[in-house]
Ligand binder design. Structure first.
Ligand SMILES: CC(C)(COP(=O)(O)OP(=O)(O)OC[C@H]1O[C@@H](n2cnc3c(N)ncnc32)[C@H](O)[C@@H]1OP(=O)(O)O)[C@@H](O)C(=O)NCCC(=O)NCCS
Length: 156
């Protein structure tokens, strides 16, 4: 495991014209389903499986041949960017993969001149987003597992 943590991780923006990238998208949603996200959204896998329009909104982290993390963006009609889903393989938590994925979302948002990036999250994860420069803009009640739903934003 220590070796796996040191092996180089590449970050790739998926492209709908590349058949291989559809497979990367499916591998990512299976990874997301195996994290806390899958526990919280029981329909995550079936919902995302057919949403191939997400492919060009997806960035993956790849180690060797394996997808070890990724983020799926969303769009608002106001031009803002949203982070719909982000996840990293549990054995590679804490080595900066999530931070790099968020930095790449921010680079995209800056290129498209988005006024801000938004994310909906829960209080147990909010410190991760606070560390990335996001502020809590709305508190939206308690989740069934006892955390608070939060809206967080980073103005650009
Ligand atoms: C949240 C998640 C994507 C973070 O990925 P990661 O690669 O482990 O994060 P990084 O290593 O880049 O950490 C960056 C910083 O955030 C902190 N951090 C990471 N995960 C955190 C968490 N769950 N809660 C609080 N802080 C966290 C790290 O300690 C680190 O702080 P530092 O820079 O002071 O050392 C990962 O924990 C994950 O996949 N969780 C399960 C899925 C999930 O909950 N997604 C978010 C739903 S909104």
């Amino acid at each position: 495991m220590a070796k796996a943590r040191k092996k180089k991780v590449k970050f790739i923006q998926l492209n709908e014209k590349d058949e291989g990238h559809k497979q990367n998208y499916w591998d990512l949603i299976q990874l997301l389903e195996s994290t806390l996200l899958g526990q919280r959204y029981p329909n995550l896998l079936s919902d995302l499986y057919s949403e191939l329009h997400n492919v060009p909104r997806t960035l993956v982290a790849i180690q060797g041949e394996a997808i070890v993390g990724g983020v799926i963006r969303g769009e608002c009609f106001s031009g803002n960017v949203t982070v719909r889903y982000i996840g990293v393989s549990p054995e590679l938590h804490g080595i900066g993969i999530g931070r790099t994925l968020m930095q790449k979302v921010e680079e995209f948002a800056q290129r498209t001149k988005a006024p801000c990036i938004k994310v909906e999250t829960t209080s147990d994860i909010s410190n991760f987003f606070s560390k990335m420069g996001y502020d809590i803009t709305k508190r939206a009640g308690d989740s069934p597992d006892g955390y608070e739903y939060l809206m967080m934003e980073k103005p650009l």
